[in-house]
Design a protein around this ligand. Structure first.
Ligand code: HEC
Ligand code: HEC
Ligand code: HEC
Ligand code: HEC
Ligand code: HEC
Ligand code: HEC
Ligand code: HEC
Ligand code: HEC
Ligand code: HEC
Length: 427
C-alpha cells in the first residue's frame, strides 16, 4: 500500500517539477509520452527491445516518473525514429565511458534534485568514483573498467536494498566477478610487483569465513567485496587504505594490534597473518612455531624473542584449554550423578571467556599481557576443580552411608526372618 502511495507522490512531485525551469525532464513533451519505449518494445532485435521491456517491468527511474529521454535525450513524443533520434533534440545514443558517468551524475550528483525524490540518499557516487582505480583508469582512457551501469545495470535498475539488485550483499561478489574472475577480461593488468593481476578473488572469497557467514549464516553484517573495497571510492570512508579495513568491524582486535610491535613493521596489518580474500577460521594451531603456525613463517631459532613469545603464549592458551576441558568432564560426572552444578557451570563459562580474551590479547604480541588473563582463567578452573572434588567425595561419602544403612537393614531383615522361623517351629 505504502509503495503505491509513494509512487503516486513521486508522480505528483514529477508533475510539479515539470513546471520548474531548468528541470532535467524534457519540458517539450507531456510527462506520460514515452514513444521511445512503445517503438523499442516492438523491435525484433533483443538488444534494442530488452531495454524497453526491462524498463517497463520494474525500474526505480520509471517509478519516479523518468523516461528514456532522461538518459538518452531525443524527442519522447516523436513516433518516427528519425525525429526521435535527432541529435538536434539532444539524442546522445548509447552513453559509454565518461559520458555514462556524466549521464548518471547529472541527477545523482545534484543534491537539490535527489532530495526531492530520496532525501536520505547520498550524492557522492560520481565524486567517489573518480578516486577509485576504476575511475582513475577510465579517466586515462581504459574502457574495460566498471562504470555505473556495469554494477547497477541501465534498465530495470532496482533499489540497492532489493534482494534482486546486482549490488545486494549476496549478489555483489557475482557482479564484480563478471570481470574480475575472467582471465580474458583482466588480461594484461599487473600488480605493483609486475605479476599478472590475479583473477581468483571470487574463488578465494567463497572459501572464507566471511562468505560462509554471509551466505550460510545469513549474516548481512559479514563483508563482501564492496564492504572492504568501497562501493564507489578506493576504500570505504574513513579507512584510508584497504588493508586497514578489518578494524571497522573487528575493532577490539585492531586496538590490540595497534599496540603490538608488528604495527610498525607490517604494511598490510591483519592481512599479513590472515590473508585478505580466503580468510580461514583461526585455530590455536596458527599460534606458535609448529607445523601450521603462522608465527613460525617469520620467527624461528632459540634466540628469536618472537618465537619464544609465540610458543609461550601458545603453551599458556593450551594450559587453560586443557584445564577447562578437565574441569568440564569432572563437572559433567557430578551432574550425571544428580548433584547440583549450576554454580560450577557458570564459573566454567567465565573461564571460557578468559580463553577468548587471551586469543584477542595475543594480537598485542606481548606474552606479559597474556599471562595474567590466562592465570585468572586457571584460578577459576582450580576453584571449579576443588568444588568438583568436594562433590565427588561427598558422593563417595553418601554412597558409603547408603551401603552401610542397606547392610543394617539387611541384618534386621535376616534377624527378623530367623525369629519368625523360630516362633513358627515353636507353634
Ligand atoms: C519508431 C521506432 C523508434 C522510436 C520511436 C525510437 N527508436 Fe530508438 N531505435 C530504433 C531502431 C530501429 C534502432 C536501431 C538502430 C537504427 O536503426 O538506427 C534504435 C536504436 C536506438 C538506440 C541504440 C543506438 C545504438 O547506437 O546502438 C538507442 C539508445 C535508442 N534507439 C534510444 C531511443 C530513444 C531514447 C528514443 C526516444 C527518444 C527512441 N530510441 C525512439 C527505433 C526507434
Ligand atoms: C537511467 C538511465 C537510462 C534510462 C532511463 C534508459 N537508458 Fe537505455 N541505456 C542507458 C545506458 C547507461 C546504456 C548503456 C548500457 C551499457 O553500456 O551497458 C543504455 C543502453 C541502451 C541501448 C543499447 C543497448 C545495447 O545493448 O547496445 C538501447 C537500445 C537503449 N538503452 C534504449 C533505451 C530505451 C528504449 C529506454 C526507455 C525505455 C532507455 N534506454 C532508458 C541508460 C538509460
Ligand atoms: C564497482 C561497482 C559500482 C560502480 C562502478 C558504481 N556503483 Fe553504485 N553502488 C555499488 C554498490 C556495491 C552499492 C551499495 C549497495 C549497498 O549499499 O549495499 C552502490 C550504491 C549506489 C547507490 C545507492 C546510494 C548509495 O550511494 O549507497 C546509488 C544511487 C548508486 N550506487 C549510483 C551509482 C552511480 C551514479 C555510479 C556511477 C557514477 C555508480 N553507482 C557506480 C556499486 C557500484
Ligand atoms: C533523471 C535523473 C536520473 C538519472 C539520469 C539517473 N538517475 Fe538513478 N535515480 C534517480 C532518482 C531520483 C532515484 C531515486 C529513486 C527512489 O529512491 O525511488 C534514483 C535511484 C537510483 C538507484 C537506486 C538507489 C537506491 O536508493 O537504492 C540506482 C542504483 C540508480 N538510480 C542508478 C543510476 C544509474 C546507474 C544511472 C545512470 C545509468 C542513473 N541512476 C541515472 C534519478 C536519476
Ligand atoms: C566491467 C568490469 C569490472 C567490474 C564489473 C568490476 N571491475 Fe574492478 N576492475 C576492472 C578493471 C579492468 C580493473 C583494472 C585493473 C587494474 O588496474 O589492475 C579493475 C580494478 C579493480 C581494483 C584495483 C585492483 C588493483 O590494481 O589493485 C579493485 C580493488 C577492484 N577493481 C574491485 C572491484 C569490485 C569490488 C567490484 C565489484 C563491486 C569490481 N571491481 C567490479 C573491471 C571491473
Ligand atoms: C575482507 C575484506 C575483503 C573482501 C571481502 C574482498 N577483498 Fe579484495 N582485497 C582486500 C585487501 C585487503 C586487498 C589488498 C591486499 C594487498 O594489498 O595485498 C584486496 C585486493 C584485491 C584486488 C587486487 C588484486 C589482488 O587480488 O590482490 C582485487 C582485484 C580485489 N581485491 C577484488 C575483490 C573482489 C572482486 C572481491 C569479492 C569477490 C573482494 N576483493 C573481496 C580485501 C577484501
Ligand atoms: C563489514 C564487516 C567486516 C569486515 C570489514 C571484516 N570482517 Fe571479519 N568478520 C565479520 C563477521 C560478521 C564475521 C563472522 C562472525 C564472527 O565470527 O565474528 C567475521 C569473521 C572473521 C574471522 C573469523 C572469526 C572466528 O572467530 O571464526 C576472522 C579471522 C576475520 N573475520 C578477519 C577479518 C580480517 C583479517 C579482515 C580484513 C581483511 C576482516 N575480517 C574484515 C565482519 C567483518
Ligand atoms: C601476527 C599475526 C596476526 C596478525 C597481524 C593478526 N592476527 Fe588475528 N589471529 C592470529 C592468530 C595466530 C590467531 C589464532 C589465535 C588462537 O586461536 O589461539 C588469530 C585469531 C583471530 C581471530 C579469532 C579469535 C578467536 O576468538 O578465535 C580474529 C577475529 C582475528 N584474529 C582478527 C584479526 C584482526 C582483525 C587483525 C588485525 C587488526 C588480526 N587478527 C591480526 C594472528 C594474527
Ligand atoms: C610476516 C612476518 C611475521 C609474522 C608472521 C610474525 N612476526 Fe613477529 N615480528 C616480525 C618482525 C620483522 C619483528 C621485529 C624484528 C624481530 O624482533 O624479530 C617481529 C617482532 C615480534 C616480537 C617482538 C620481539 C622482540 O624483539 O621483542 C614478538 C613478541 C613477536 N614478533 C611475536 C609474534 C607472534 C606471536 C606471531 C604470530 C602470532 C608473529 N610474531 C608473527 C615479523 C613477523
Amino acid at each position: 500500500m505504502s509503495s503505491v502511495t509513494s509512487v503516486v507522490e513521486r508522480l505528483a512531485i514529477t508533475a510539479l517539477l515539470l513546471l520548474l525551469p531548468g528541470h532535467v525532464v524534457a519540458a517539450d513533451a507531456p510527462a506520460t509520452a514515452n514513444r521511445c519505449a512503445t517503438c523499442h518494445a516492438t523491435l525484433a532485435d533483443s538488444r534494442l527491445a530488452k531495454p524497453a521491456t526491462l524498463f517497463s517491468q520494474q525500474d526505480v527511474h520509471r517509478e519516479s516518473g523518468f523516461r528514456c529521454v532522461d538518459c538518452h535525450g531525443g524527442d519522447a513524443a516523436a513516433t518516427g525514429k528519425v525525429r526521435a533520434h535527432d541529435s538536434a533534440r539532444g539524442f546522445k545514443g548509447v552513453p559509454a565511458g565518461q559520458a555514462q558517468i556524466a549521464t548518471c551524475a547529472r541527477c545523482h550528483s545534484d543534491a537539490k534534485l535527489m532530495r526531492r525524490f530520496s532525501p536520505r540518499q547520498r550524492v557522492d557516487q560520481a565524486a567517489e568514483y573518480v578516486t577509485s582505480v576504476h575511475g582513475k583508469r577510465l579517466a586515462s582512457g581504459d574502457t574495460r573498467v566498471a562504470t555505473c551501469a556495469n554494477c547497477h545495470g541501465a534498465h530495470g535498475i532496482r533499489l540497492v536494498k532489493d534482494a534482486k539488485s546486482p549490488v545486494f550483499p549476496t549478489n555483489v561478489a557475482g557482479t564484480c566477478a563478471t570481470c574480475h574472475a575472467s582471465a580474458t577480461h583482466m588480461n594484461g593488468y599487473t600488480l605493483d610487483n609486475g605479476k599478472p593481476l590475479p583473477t581468483t578473488q571470487l574463488a578465494d572469497y567463497q572459501r572464507s569465513v566471511h562468505a560462509a557467514a554471509l551466505t550460510k549464516g545469513h549474516d548481512l553484517s559479514a563483508p563482501t567485496c564492496n564492504d572492504c573495497h568501497g562501493n564507489h571510492g578506493a576504500a570505504p570512508p574513513g579507512v584510508g587504505a584497504v588493508v586497514n579495513v578489518c578494524g571497522t568491524c573487528h575493532a577490539v582486535f585492531a586496538q590490540k594490534f595497534d599496540t603490538s610491535v608488528h604495527r610498525q613493521i607490517f604494511d598490510k596489518s591483519c592481512v599479513e597473518c590472515h590473508g585478505n580474500h580466503a580468510i580461514a577460521k583461526p585455530s590455536d594451531d596458527m599460534l606458535g612455531t609448529g607445523a601450521n603456525a603462522i608465527c613460525g613463517t617469520c620467527h624461528s631459532g632459540p634466540d628469536d624473542k618472537g618465537a619464544a613469545a609465540a610458543d609461550g603464549m601458545r603453551a599458556a592458551i593450551e594450559r587453560l584449554k586443557a584445564g577447562i576441558e578437565g574441569s568440564g568432564s569432572l563437572v559433567a560426572r557430578v551432574r550425571n550423578a544428580g548433584m547440583e552444578t549450576s554454580a560450577q557451570e557458570i564459573a566454567l563459562g567465565t573461564a571460557r571467556s578468559q580463553l577468548t580474551l587471551a586469543r584477542t590479547e595475543m594480537h598485542a604480541s606481548d606474552a606479559a599481557r597474556l599471562t595474567p588473563i590466562v592465570d585468572d582463567g586457571l584460578k577459576i578452573v582450580a576453584e571449579v576443580d576443588r568444588a568438583g572434588e568436594r562433590a565427588v567425595s561427598e558422593l563417595r561419602y553418601r554412597r558409603r552411608g547408603l551401603a552401610l544403612s542397606l547392610g543394617a537393614i539387611l541384618l534386621v531383615v535376616v534377624a527378623l526372618g530367623l525369629k519368625i522361623r523360630q516362633v513358627d517351629r515353636r507353634t
